[in-house]
Design a protein around this ligand. Structure first.
Ligand SMILES: Nc1ncnc2c1ncn2[C@@H]1O[C@H](COP(=O)(O)OP(=O)(O)OP(=O)(O)O)[C@@H](O)[C@H]1O
Ligand SMILES: [Mg+2]
Length: 492
């Protein structure tokens, strides 16, 4: 189990490091802290893998330091933890703690006669500070803005997603105890806890990145950490257009949908770009509107001046105090919103969101996990049914067609690119069946020699969508007509 180790900890070398003047003297570090600081063994642990060498995917070399570097680091580390009192160090602010570590490390290096250039010394110092105060081996990954996801599957295996593709890296933790300590450090920053007794935890990094931890005994191969990196510069609709995720007229239609206050559901699989698309659509909200966002982990970054951001809360250790998405959406209605934005609809809050959409909060939006617009609508229906509302199916469907105007479908394609593959409007009920109509669809024409998908966003020949009158009301009729005309007809 985490915290325990099969190999005996390397005994720290005798207190060779001096620093008598340091206020934080002599160890009284907790077992946990010491476990975390246990030096990386010079011989790196063997990677457990059952796959043959030839089927092993390429490993992205993020950490290119030599074994010699780790030998020196281990030695300096040993001397450091023998010298400082970590519990006192924890009471200092980050800057002072860094200074404290810096002074001691510099002294250790000089006493042990380690030959190092200034830049190597700086890099070692940075590394040690990251281990003691920060997120250890995760730091170089967190620093990179091109990484979308970081997936740590136990101490020895870390994957990243870059440009839509998953790559294995050579980043590894000393052992599961160090990884678990870093997980605990992350979740404790937002007042949560993860351990054997509560092994699942959602949290956020200080920079806003979304974090999920699932620990042993539920995760069989060690603590499993998933981070959706927060992009400082959120992608805008303009960027999605440049990436080819949407065509120019398609982007224009989405702009009009956002601006003329259609109620929108954004549907897609995991990591398909739903939140990004939702965020980019909110750019077209009028600055005069009062917008309330409800999220499980705050990811949206609205540019409007009048925004209230709400976040759900998991239950505490006694199992009480949870505030659900439904509680938030219900409460929103008493906060005089113009629009309600729900980060992800996954349960009975679907009912309250539909009600809000139906009762004068036009332009409300939300995302949900589904593979097609049709599936998205039936998921809304089942979320309401499973939420314990004993309403006949027809009534629920009437509510759905009365409230949702447009479903936008996002997908991560097999070449790693993310695309908006359809803009679909909800037309009405025919008998008991919800009728939908595609305005635009992405049609795949094949694949080029680099394995990139070839295709085009094509119009479905709709001259007057159902939200035409709405566009007219907002004086965007002309723009909508032009955008519809400009959609690639694909020879239809
Ligand atoms: N059109 C796009 N082109 C390139 N990258 C994109 C695009 N849309 C989103 N991304 C990137 O993909 C990653 C996942 O996006 P996002 O968080 O929006 O997905 P999601 O569908 O909301 O995921 P989840 O299901 O986990 O909530 C982010 O790093 C984002 O910057
Ligand atoms: Mg999301």
């Amino acid at each position: 189990m985490f915290g325990k180790r099969t190999d005996a900890p390397t005994k720290p070398s005798k207190p060779t490091a001096p620093s008598p003047a340091a206020p934080t003297k002599k160890p009284s570090a907790s077992v946990d802290q010491l476990a975390e600081l246990e030096p990386r063994s010079a011989s790196k642990p063997k990677q457990k893998t059952t796959r043959s060498k030839s089927s092993e995917p390429a490993i992205a070399k993020i950490d290119d330091r030599s074994d010699e570097y780790y030998r020196v680091k281990t030695m300096v580390f040993n001397a450091l933890i023998d010298t400082i009192d970590l519990s006192q160090l924890a009471q200092l602010d980050a800057e002072s703690a860094r200074e404290e570590i810096r002074d001691i490390v510099v002294e250790i290096i000089s006493i042990k006669n380690v030959v190092m250039s200034i830049s190597e010394q700086e890099s070692l110092l940075e590394d040690i500070c990251n281990d003691v105060l920060g997120y250890g081996p995760l730091e170089p990954l967190l620093a990179r803005d091109d990484i979308a996801d970081i997936m740590v599957n136990g101490a020895g295996v870390t994957y990243i997603e870059v440009e839509g593709r998953i790559e294995r890296t050579n980043i590894r933790f000393r052992d599961n105890a160090q990884l678990m300590n870093i997980c605990q450090r992350i979740v404790s920053q937002v007042g949560r806890r993860v351990d054997e007794s509560s092994p699942i935890c959602d949290a956020r990094l200080l920079d806003g990145s979304r974090v999920n931890v699932i620990a042993p005994p539920l995760a069989l191969d060690g603590p499993t950490l998933t981070i959706r990196k927060f992009k400082k510069d959120k992608l805008k609709l303009e960027d999605l257009r440049k990436f080819g995720s949407i065509s120019d007229p398609g982007a224009e239609i989405l702009r009009i949908i956002g601006a003329c206050r259609c109620n929108v559901l954004i549907s897609g699989g995991t990591g398909s770009g739903k939140t990004t698309l939702l965020n980019s659509l909110t750019a077209f909200i009028d600055p005069g509107e009062r917008v309330i966002t409800c999220e499980d982990a705050a990811e949206l970054q609205l540019q409007q001046p009048h925004v209230v951001r709400l976040e759900t809360r998991p239950p505490n250790l006694e199992g009480t105090g949870a505030v659900t998405m439904r509680d938030l959406v219900k409460n929103c209605l008493r906060m005089r919103p113009d629009r309600i934005i729900v980060g992800e609809v996954r349960g009975p809050e679907a009912f309250d969101l539909l009600q809000a959409m139906n009762t004068g909060h036009d332009g409300s939006m939300g995302t949900l996990h589904a593979n097609s617009p049709r599936e998205a609508l039936s998921r809304v229906e089942s979320m309401i049914t499973m939420g314990g509302f004993s309403l006949p199916a027809k009534t629920i469907r009437e509510m759905i067609v009365g409230s949702i105007d447009v479903v936008v479908q996002a997908t991560r394609m097999r070449d790693g690119s993310r695309k908006i593959i359809s803009i679909t409007e909800v037309m009405g009920l025919e008998g008991e069946v919800i009728v939908t109509q595609d305005i635009m669809k992405y049609e795949i024409d094949g694949e080029d020699s680099d394995g990139k998908i070839k295709g085009a966003h094509r119009g479905m020949g709709i001259g007057r969508p159902r939200f035409w009158d709405r566009a007219r009301y907002y004086n965007m009729e002309r723009e909508l007509a032009d955008a519809l005309d400009n959609l690639d007809s694909g020879g239809r």
